[in-house]
Design a protein around this ligand. Structure first.
Ligand code: ZN
Length: 312
C-alpha cells in the first residue's frame, strides 16, 4: 500500500522547507527522551532550520534582480558523474552564473585564510567551521563537470559567500577572497559588479532556458532513509497517534474518533499526521500489519478504511 499516491514532481526551484527538516522534526518527536542520539538529531534539526532561515532572509533581496535576465534556483542537488553536490542558491544569466553558499551564523565571525577556517565567537566560546571558500570552489568545479557531462554550454562561474545573519560581525585575517563575502543587502551590488565584467552573453536565452530545465530535471533529493543516518532501528521509534492538542500519545480509537486519554480531545483526522510521520521516517509504502502497529489499532478493516480515505 502507498501512503503517497503517485510520484511527486518538482517543477520549480523556489525556496521551500527542505525535506530533511520535516524528517528530522518527525524523528525528534518520535524518539524516546532517553535516547542518547536525540541531542544529535535535535542539533542537526536546528542546523538545517537555521540554514533554511538564512536562505529565506535572502529572498527579499533576490526579488530586485531583473527576472528576465536572471534565473534563481534554491537548493539544487546534482550529480557530477562521481558524486552529488548541493548548491544553496544558483543565480544564472546568459552572461554568467553565481554559486552562492549561505551561512547563517551569529556572533563574531573571523575568516582565517592562513588555516582555511571560519571561526565563530559567541557567548565567550570559539568554534571552528570549514572555510566556505573551499566549499564554493568545489561546487564550481563540480558544476562545471556537470555542465560537461550534460553536454551543456559552459558559462563563466562566480562563487559568493553570503553571511545572512544581519547581526553577525565579520572580520578576516590573511583572507584572499574578502570580495566574495557579502551580506544580503549588498548582494545586488555585488552581482552588478560581476555583470560589468561582461559585454556580451555567453549563451542565448533559449540555451539558458534549456540549462535551467536540465537542472530541474536532474535535481535529485537525498532519499537516504533518515534512520540509517543516525544508526537507529525501527524499534527506536515511538508508535501511536499523537494528540493534536496536548501532544500526548497514544490516542485511542473509540467508535469513529481518536480520543486522547489525557485531555479528552476528540479527532477524526489525527491519524493523518501519524501517517505523514511514517512516510517521512520509513518511506511511502506500508503493509496493513505495519499500519496497525504504527497507529496501534487491531482492526484490519479500520486500517484499510483509514488508508483509503487518506488524501494524496
Ligand atoms: Zn490530548
Amino acid at each position: 500500500m502507498n501512503i503517497v499516491k503517485g510520484e511527486c514532481c518538482y517543477e520549480d526551484k523556489e525556496l521551500e522547507i527542505p525535506v530533511i527538516v520535516h524528517k528530522l522534526q518527525a524523528l525528534s518527536e518520535r524518539m524516546k527522551d532517553s535516547s542518547s542520539k536525540l541531542p544529535h538529531v535535535k542539533s542537526d534539526l536546528s542546523k538545517f532550520l537555521s540554514g533554511y532561515n538564512g536562505e529565506k532572509s535572502l529572498e527579499f533581496h533576490l526579488t530586485f534582480l531583473q527576472n528576465d535576465l536572471y534565473h534563481i534556483l534554491h537548493d539544487v542537488r546534482l550529480h557530477d558523474g562521481e558524486r552529488f553536490f548541493q548548491i544553496d542558491v544558483l543565480i544564472i544569466s546568459p552572461f554568467f552564473a553565481v554559486i552562492a553558499e549561505v551561512k547563517n551564523l551569529s556572533g563574531h565571525i573571523t575568516f582565517d585564510g592562513k588555516f582555511s577556517q571560519l571561526i565563530q565567537t559567541k557567548n565567550g566560546q570559539e568554534r571552528a567551521f570549514p572555510d566556505p571558500l573551499l566549499q564554493v570552489q568545489r561546487q564550481i568545479t563540480q558544476f562545471r563537470a556537470w555542465l560537461k557531462k550534460s553536454s551543456l554550454p559552459q558559462v563563466p562561474l562566480h562563487g559568493m559567500i553570503v553571511m545572512s545573519n544581519p547581526y553577525s560581525v565579520l572580520t578576516s585575517t590573511d583572507y584572499e577572497a574578502d570580495n566574495l563575502i557579502v551580506k544580503p543587502p549588498s548582494l545586488l551590488s555585488s552581482i552588478d559588479t560581476i555583470k560589468k565584467q561582461y559585454d556580451k552573453p555567453f549563451i542565448s536565452q533559449k540555451e539558458l532556458k534549456k540549462l535551467t530545465k536540465q537542472i530541474l530535471i536532474q535535481h535529485e533529493l537525498d532519499e537516504r532513509p533518515i534512520l540509517d543516518r543516525y544508526g537507529l532501528e525501527r524499534t527506536d521509534i515511538i508508535n501511536g497517534v499523537f494528540c493534536p492538542e496536548c501532544k500526548s500519545f497514544p490516542m485511542r480509537r473509540i467508535y469513529k474518533y481518536w480520543t486522547c486519554p489525557r485531555c479528552s480531545c476528540r479527532s477524526t483526522s489525527a491519524h493523518l499526521s501519524a501517517l505523514k510521520d511514517y512516510y517521512l521516517l520509513f518511506g511511502k509504502t506500508i503493509t496493513s500489519k505495519q499500519l496497525r502497529e504504527f497507529l496501534m489499532i487491531d482492526s484490519y478493516q479500520l486500517a484499510t478504511r483509514l488508508l483509503q480515505s487518506t488524501p494524496t
